[in-house]
Design a protein around this ligand. Structure first.
Ligand code: M3L
Ligand code: AKG
Length: 408
């Protein structure tokens, strides 16, 4: 990119979050100082310690776990706080299964100190242990993805609040992780603003469409987004083994007639399908089909189901993109059932009460979870005005990381 330097300068000047206090970071990683209930008693059983806190919580900690989680400077790198202790090389390890690996222990309200048979001393903050009781769910700083209710309206954050170091960024990231869709309003109509926003969160995720792409009608399009036709609700790049997680679309111009945007929550639609038509849900979640994109230089293809479920049967990913769905290659006795199921999901996606419809304003950016929320647009008439969006993708890991850092 010829404007690379100016671009990087702009990045550092405009959107870099405050520098990190490393001492603070170490305290955070070590987990000490977290306010929690105080320790009331510690008792020793074969192979474990049982801790009781003042609010009634009880935790059983296997000796092995305690030794492995020692936070002293020999066991954790003093600067990075990453683990140095290697359980495979600890001669004492075998004895954690027995009763004699621990020589002695002491505790007070805020900490517990363990002396092992080889003389090593491990000190645990009571609040740190409280938050990590085996079997208790670990507190997470991240919001839980929540299906849209009918007539859902997305959260809006102003561009000014996003960049000025107040809580705009965390409100934006929280809404995006929770709802899978969030609007950023009243930003500048500047080329590459979407790249600056993306790079302030993490590296842009490149695909066969580049790192940052322009959505507008062009003479020799390699993909439907680069024409003026309407785009039915879809997810991008379902033909990749790992489709991009987060999509940012920044509107620079939207004067043409038409081109209104729509969105639908694929997880909510999948749950509606499960409730209304369990057989269709089963077919779409159990039948891998082919997705394929081809142009002069690419032929990118996968075989995956439309609804991918996690180990507990909850939707984890939706792949829905009618124009790059490849030849339906199934045994003939499965083909009609698959089409019936696909139509049933598609009909649910089209229901007005499940959709968010809006017209992007110049300076407005929409961000959405591309593996959950489908997006589409109406056809526009390029003879009536210009329509230009700039977009890019981000990894979910970077968005989650960003919110955790903002929460420190
Ligand atoms: C947004 N951008 C144009 C980069 C990608 C659009 C991809 C849409 C679809 N998966 C396809 O491959 O046609
Ligand atoms: O033009 C739009 O509003 C959306 C474009 C789109 O769907 C895409 O780029 O994948």
């Amino acid at each position: 990119m010829s404007s690379g330097n100016a671009f990087n300068d702009a990045l550092t000047h405009r959107h870099t979050p405050a520098p990190i206090d490393m001492a603070e970071l170490r305290r955070y990683r070590q987990g000490s100082g977290a306010p929690a209930a105080t320790l009331e008693s510690v008792t020793r059983q074969a192979r474990r310690l049982t801790l009781h806190w003042s609010d009634g919580r009880t935790g059983q900690f296997p000796m092995m776990w305690l030794r492995d989680h020692c936070a002293c400077d020999q066991c954790r790198h003093p600067l990075t706080r990453e683990r140095l202790y290697k359980l495979l090389d600890d001669p004492l390890w075998e004895r954690f299964e027995g009763d004699d690996a621990l020589a002695s222990f002491e505790f007070d309200a805020n900490a517990s100190t363990l002396t092992w048979q080889d003389g090593h001393v491990s000190r645990f903050d009571a609040g740190w242990l409280y938050q990590r009781c085996p079997g208790e769910e670990l507190a997470t700083l991240l919001p839980t993805p929540t299906p849209w209710p009918t007539h859902f309206t997305p959260s809006h954050v102003s561009h000014a609040d996003f960049v000025d170091g107040s809580d705009g960024r965390s409100r934006w990231a929280t809404a995006l992780l929770r709802d899978g869709l969030v609007m950023l309003d009243q930003g500048p109509c500047e080329q590459e603003e979407v790249s600056r926003i993306a790079e302030s969160i993490g590296p842009m995720r490149s695909t066969n469409f580049g790192g940052r792409f322009d959505v507008r009608s062009v003479p020799n399009p390699n993909n439907a987004a680069y024409t003026a036709i309407g785009l039915e609700l879809h997810t991008d790049l379902p033909n990749w083994r790992q489709p991009p997680d987060i999509q940012l679309l920044y509107c620079l111009e939207n004067d043409a007639e038409g081109g209104e945007s729509s969105f639908a929550d694929g997880f909510a639609a999948a749950e509606t399908l499960r409730a209304e038509n369990p057989e269709a849900f089963r077919v779409l979640s159990e039948t891998p089909i082919d997705f394929r994109f081809q142009d002069d230089g690419h032929d990118i293809a996968v075989r995956e189901p439309v609804i991918d479920l996690d180990g507990e049967g909850r939707p984890r990913e939706i792949r829905f993109n009618n124009w790059i769905r490849d030849t339906l290659s199934l045994p003939s006795d499965q083909i009609e059932a698959w089409y019936d199921a696909y139509r049933a999901l598609w009909q649910i996606l089209r229901r007005p009460e499940g959709r968010v419809e809006l017209t992007l304003e110049p300076g407005q950016m929409v961000a959405f979870d591309n593996r959950r929320v489908l997006h589409g647009r109406n056809a526009f008439d390029p003879n009536t005005g210009k329509r230009h969006l700039q977009g890019t993708y981000l990894d979910l890991d970077m968005l989650q990381s960003h919110l955790r850092v903002l929460s420190r």
